[in-house]
Design a protein around this ligand. Structure first.
Ligand SMILES: *Cc1c(COP(=O)(O)O)cnc(C)c1O
Length: 255
């Protein structure tokens, strides 16, 4: 990012406070006060200085879409940040991503929808563990993943196509990827079509049954700046909010 570019004034701390208050209000209005919803601050294309403002306001979960970008930001930023990878991940980037962040910083890869990627991530975790001091690695150190579901059926979106495929993939990952733990499901959906959120809720039922876990133990990652309140009403437990916190994105220096 060029330094001559004028930085638009955004009050990131205030924006985060607004989003948190909207989350609480939505839960309250819908008698869902016992639910908890995690806020992932989506910081793709934004400079580290802005992320640090969010960090200083108490934000610890950040979402990034590009392997190179998350690696360099994680290097520069404090170690207690929990990074979520939320973009399409080419399987040849799995190894460098895991190697660079490690299982302590990389909290979740939200966009797993093939065994090819799951296997690459699993192998990358093995290599990472072998590179660590044995005493510092526990049996339960696993990489969290979400299975991405293409709930809108759009050609342009990634993800498994339906609940059956989702459950099949979950079972296969459970069987053959001991370094991964299936923490939840993720979808983007079509803007304005809230039935996509209901579809993800349905998928979660199937997956929970298939891998014999409690439905509520699986995160539902759905809802972005334009629709996070609607997503929460429909059961989201993790919202990915970018432009509402950091301002509009400028892609002009991305390929
Ligand atoms: C960019 C992005 C977001 C954030 O989008 P906003 O509309 O800026 O909140 C959320 N999820 C994914 C997968 C994204 O790529």
């Amino acid at each position: 990012m060029s330094t001559e570019e004028p930085m638009l004034e955004v009050d990131i701390a205030a924006n985060i406070a607004d989003v948190q208050s909207n989350i609480s209000q939505t839960l309250k209005d819908n008698n869902m006060t016992e639910n908890s919803v995690r806020l992932i601050a989506v910081s793709k294309t934004k400079p580290v200085e802005l992320l640090m403002q969010a960090y200083d306001a108490g934000q610890r979960y950040f979402g990034e879409n590009y392997a190179q970008e998350i690696m360099s930001k994680a290097e520069e930023m404090p170690d207690d940040i929990k990074w979520h990878f939320i973009g399409p991940l080419q399987s040849n980037k799995a190894a460098p991503l895991v190697k660079s962040l490690g299982l302590k910083k990389l909290n979740c890869v939200e966009t797993v929808s093939t065994m090819k990627l799951a296997n690459k991530l699993n192998n990358a975790c093995t290599a990472w563990k072998e590179s660590q001091d044995p005493g510092t690695i526990g049996k339960n150190d696993k990489l969290g993943i979400y299975i991405q579901v293409n709930t809108s059926g759009e050609e342009s979106k990634s993800g498994v196509n339906n609940a059956l495929e989702c459950a099949e993939l979950a079972k296969e990952i459970l069987e053959s990827c001991p370094n991964l733990k299936i923490d939840g499901l993720m979808t983007i959906g079509a803007p304005g079509d809230y039935s996509c959120f209901d579809t993800l809720v349905e998928c979660r039922k199937e997956v929970a049954e298939a891998i014999a876990v409690d439905v509520d133990s699986l995160v539902l990652s759905m809802g972005m700046s334009g629709d996070y309140q609607e997503a929460i009403k429909r059961g989201s437990t993790s919202v990915r909010v970018g432009s509402t916190i950091f301002g509009a994105r400028d892609y002009s220096n991305k390929k």
